[in-house]
Design a protein around this ligand. Sequence first.
Ligand code: FE2
Length: 564
Amino acid sequence: MYYIGISAYYHESSVFLTDNNGTNCFLKEESFSRIKGDKNFPKRCLNFLIKRFDLKDENIHFISFYEKPFKSWWEIFYYSIKNPIKNKNFLINHLKYFNKGPIFFFTELSKYINISKKKIVYSSHHLSHCLYGLTVVDNFSEYVYLTCDGVGEGETISAYTINNDYKIKKIWTNFYPNSLGLFYSSITDFLGFEVNEGEFKVMSLSSFGKPRYETELKKIFNIDDFKIEIDYFEFHKNLNKSFSKKLSDMFGEPYLNINEESNFKKYADIACSAQSILEQAMQNVIKQVIKMSGKTKIVLTGGVALNCKMIHNLSKLNIFEELVVPPSPGDSGSAIGAANFAYLNQTKNKTLNLNTILLGPKKEIINERINKDNLFSKISSSDTFIQDAANKLIKGEIIASYYGLTEVGPRSLGNTSILCDAKNTESVNNLNLKIKKREHYQPLAPIVLEEDFEKYFYVNKSIKKNLEWMGCLCDANQKLHENHKSIIHIDGTSRTQLIKDKGTITFKILKELKKRGSDILVNTSFNISKDPVVFDLFDVFVNMKRLNIQFVLLDDGLYQTKNI
Ligand SMILES: [Fe+2]
């Protein structure tokens, strides 16, 4: 019997299925549709699961949607009509969205699976974030569960406590439009980056600037009472632009070409100022929830939690005992929270325990109907392929990886990645700038074995757990500066992934690499910029051809693309 959680319509749509007995399957709609951030109803994910697990009414406990559909629609609508209507089109569009959005979730679901309406349950937006967080910690009642995102059901920040009898209590809420997430997204928009994608770039860019605009931004977002000065924004009345003329009057022209030196410097200063506001506001939010809950351990979820630089800087303040950001803290991970809502709904006193990144399907399940021999030639058998891959890496080869279970979350964590030896500066630069075409201010991320971590890095133990899924930055030490400059950010940090699991191929490759004089791999996502990460072997083949990568590590060997 299965529990299924669904997140859809606003950010990347996703579905999570579990039987709480070892069978888990997390899928994103973008993996099938190949549309990055696909937010449509996840019909392709559902069809995959229906076929794979023979889903029907009899073997499903509950299907849970991650928020309350009407409330979510109504809160935005209510805010639009409550205030003077400045943009009729925004309102008309929102009204039209009524019958395309989550309000018709059950109708849409019924097209794909015949299921009793009694088995459909609705969590709420921030509660789903919180309940996903609940699945990744032991001793769950010791934590306060904090969510901070753009907006969900009219809420922008929420805090919950959960006692040992699973009584969930919401202890604090901040309301729309006072949103720290939308504040940061609006700056992202101003700087010419795509909202919901470009926030990572703003974070990276911020390290190159000075907080010259901090005083001005403090008037726009109040870091003490978390209120926004709405006149500087348009996210509440414009579908295509988040900020208003007033912000442009303050900062000058938006969307300038960042590749010109003077623009780069100015935009880096704006990014740095926005990052500083974000960190100061979050520091105050955390102090407030610690005071209200009496708990010093925090689980932080919501899109804002993806800001790994903020997590790192907060850890230096020593204001909490522990801070855990789950691997997928944004809305797509809320499919897992929704499934946990269904599970709690039935059991009343049990939570799913999913303290792992490995919740996606096995590669062999994804590729059941694909004959890999048509696309790839095996060049190394299962006895020697790890040694052979290490030999190639040490010589400077860039190799794709596509093995094991698919990882959950927005970061590639080894199983579906592009890898090279971190010591080889030429390979690292080639991978970053020529193959992935990333911006020069976004260095690639290193992967290191736990036993080697302290040789090169330092992180406060209060956030160390997050390193297993690149959930925070850490400080690079002198040894790293000597030999691995290309993986260090300008502020002396790295977005390191710590490998603990001895059974993984990534672990074994690092061990082999170590015998050959290098002990850090560079890892980046296996995709072309603006495309989703590869999902099946056809995607692997096409992406390798387009990225000009010859070799790929699969579960049973090292392969080379065929010329077809
Ligand atoms: Fe959210």
